[in-house]
Design a protein around this ligand. Structure first.
Ligand code: ADP
Ligand code: AMP
Ligand code: ZN
Length: 222
């Protein structure tokens, strides 16, 4: 049998706080965050073939086709920084991707735990519409809840903060629709495997982080 790895799947509606928490978990656990959204945005910015393909789907708030997304994740997981596992943020996003991820991770013990960060729709819309993202490092802020030290400037690298095109209201509505239709079934999928852990996402960033670390440690005794 191959060695065990720690694969954590963060679940939650867009705006629940997955990216914010994944970045903090990277430091706490020493595992890389794999955000498929960040990888797509990087490719968009650099106008790669993948970026050109993904653009129309992202602009509408639809999912990029599974075949492309799954291949991209497979390649990412082969990088040396993923040798102990990874924190999945935004993947899997439907049942086809979840089955593919089970296959990819099966030789290493599969998914360890799938924490679901829960917030209601009103809060998620407040979070998404106030979200600002760093153009250079992808760090995430909120104009009210988690503001940078200097307005419009990233604390980490001084990069410009911008509002994602798909964080504007019309697209947000479709993203929520896509979430409930395609991604929410994953809640039942991981529940049935005994891997789902519900976390109250309306708490402060620090409290959510502590709750996450607790369920991860419980799933993965040191
Ligand atoms: P997701 O990755 O799930 O789409 P993000 O991590 O980007 O969500 O968070 C969405 C927005 O909500 C960001 O502007 C972030 O700063 C803010 N946010 C995240 N967690 C909290 C929290 N616990 N309380 C208040 N605001 C939060
Ligand atoms: P996110 O940064 O997670 O909010 O994702 C932004 C956009 O990237 C989504 O609305 C999709 O268009 C695309 N995307 C991100 N992750 C996936 C995925 N796992 N499958 C398909 N499309 C994705
Ligand atoms: Zn930055």
């Amino acid at each position: 049998m191959s060695e065990q790895r720690t694969y954590i799947v963060l679940l939650g509606v867009p705006g629940a706080g997955k990216g914010t928490q994944a970045k903090l978990l990277e430091q706490a656990l020493g595992l890389p965050q794999i955000s498929t959204g960040d990888i797509f945005r990087y490719n968009l910015k650099h106008e790669t073939e993948l970026g050109k393909l993904a653009k129309s789907y992202m602009d509408r708030g639809d999912l990029v086709p599974d075949e492309v997304t799954i291949r991209m994740v497979e390649e990412r997981l082969q990088q040396p920084d993923c040798a102990r596992g990874a924190i999945m943020d935004g993947f899997p996003r439907n049942l086809v991707q979840a089955a593919a991820f089970d296959k990819m991770t099966a030789p290493y013990g599969g998914v360890k735990v799938a924490p679901l960060i829960q917030v209601d729709d009103e809060e998620t819309i407040r979070r998404i519409t106030g979200r600002r993202t760093c153009r250079t490092c992808g760090a995430v802020y909120h104009i009210l809840y988690n503001p940078p030290k200097v307005a419009g400037v990233c604390d980490i690298d001084g990069g410009e903060l911008y509002q994602r095109e798909d964080d504007k209201e019309e697209t947000v509505r479709n993203r929520l629709y896509v979430y409930y239709k395609q991604t929410a079934p994953l809640i039942g999928y991981y529940f049935a495997k005994g891997l789902l852990r519900e976390i109250d996402g309306t708490q402060s960033i620090e409290e959510v982080q502590n709750a996450l670390i607790a369920v991860i440690r419980e799933a993965q005794p040191a």
